[in-house]
Design a protein around this ligand. Sequence first.
Ligand code: GLC
Length: 557
Amino acid sequence: MPSNSFKTEIFYQIYPASFKDSNNDGFGDIQGIISKLPYLKKLGVTFIWISPIYKSPMFDNGYDISDYQAVNKRYGSLADLKELFTQAHELGLKIMMDLVVNHTSSQHPWFQAALRDKTSKYRNYYIFRCGTNGNPPNNWRSNFGAGSAWEPVTGEDDTYYLHVFSKEQPDLNWENPELREEIYSMINWWIDFGVDGFRVDAITFLKKDQDFASISPDGNDGLAKIKRKSENRPGLEIFLRELKERCLSRVISVGETSGLRYNQFAEFVGQDGFFSMAFDFHYVDIDVESGSEWYRQTSWTPQQLGASIAKSQTTLQEVAGGWNANFLENHDQPRSLSKFIKDEAYQNEIGAKALALLYFGLRGCPFIYQGQELGLKNFKRTEITDFNDISSFDNYRRAQEEGFTPAEALNFVNKRSRDNGRVPFQWNNTTNFGFNAGHEPYIKLNNTCPSTTASEELANSNSVFNFYRKLIELRKNSPYQTDLVYGDFQLLTDVDTNVIAYQRGKKLAIYINFSNKPVEAQLPIAKVILNNYPELDNTDQNTILQPYQAILVERSL
Ligand code: GLC
């Protein structure tokens, strides 16, 4: 990796379509991002991750790229992007781009050439196979929940192409060295352009089992999760090592490593790992059996959440060079406030601050997803047609195929839809929350927290925004910096089962009452550094943590 200096970075993810629409066409854009750099600077983040802004037909909102070296016109131009880089760098902000190399858009010229001519070299850039007796080559189901992962090629008999995600996202054939070379030169072109880092999309899917065999079905449709044959499969490491050697060693990288097992973290993000960091999904997906099957919801307790976080932390801490990428939200997740705070009465600034402290205190780099710093919640939709996200439609359909009623299916989608975090950012309480000057946004506004806006929070010293600012300041510039950034993590178990508690370094501790009832504890507190309530009821003998009260303290040694 380039250096260790990234350990102090604080990341902020922008979902460009929904951040700020400067030209009032209903879509956010690069000039919109530029106009909000002072806001990000004020918050204190240091590294901006921008979800894909490349040319794309937008079936999966940019995660379907039709030209890796061009900017989507809706967002602006390469010149706008250059301006963004220059202005961000002048402010001391770094930029991380999204790198989507498991698949392209079906409109990418490579794929179009492959369709046009069976003998073209581009045929081998993708994964084409013959069917079996008029059926797809095997029974793999695409990742978004519904339907085969194979799409018949129009105009050709019995030929299919593979798509782990939607049919508009054909998978690249990483077995082909020529394809890999093209990808590497594209990545290096972006590094030369000035990119400081990459978030590497769906990277554990690069390797497919080459037997392309059917497996035992796991749903009423006779199909089986493609993950079982294409996620984190043997041989993946060969591609990732090459990718690192040829490109990623030049920048900071964070892998979207779904399906990664804990015993692999050393290889992936250790001293000589493939990435600087990797997202660990174990605890953010604690509410469902599997990330993509939203109708398989599970219940969880604060103790389980604490144990899951601790497992992630201690695993990475024990790996030489291991470092976490800590997050509660991203563009694929619902709002954390709605997911983790079970009592709706505390899905407010108390709950949002408790969650902020929960993960900002951890060892690793924190990632904030746009709007999380305001404490935004999920929306409530009454019609499936109100959604925009391709996987929400698939999950809605599949839940019904598995026997749920339309109302139940809608309920799952409301809870888990990726659209929850993708609604227009709430800048102020003017038209469309100040997202633009009034043009109807490409996605419906949130309808559950109209008074949560950036302008109100900037003005209120007690706001969630200002709580995040304080947390960031503590990590960047305070006597606690060394412990907060580098200190060892240790789960504290001598507390009530509703309290998640951990120690960082020698003297810092975090206690969070994860319930809606007061909890008594005997806590060795020398000094309260941060508190999401105005006060702490604390004597030498006894501390009472109020519902969802969260404190960062210096422990009396
Ligand atoms: C990743 C992205 C997600 C996208 C998928 C396919 O999981 O985070 O948004 O739909 O890859 O590119």
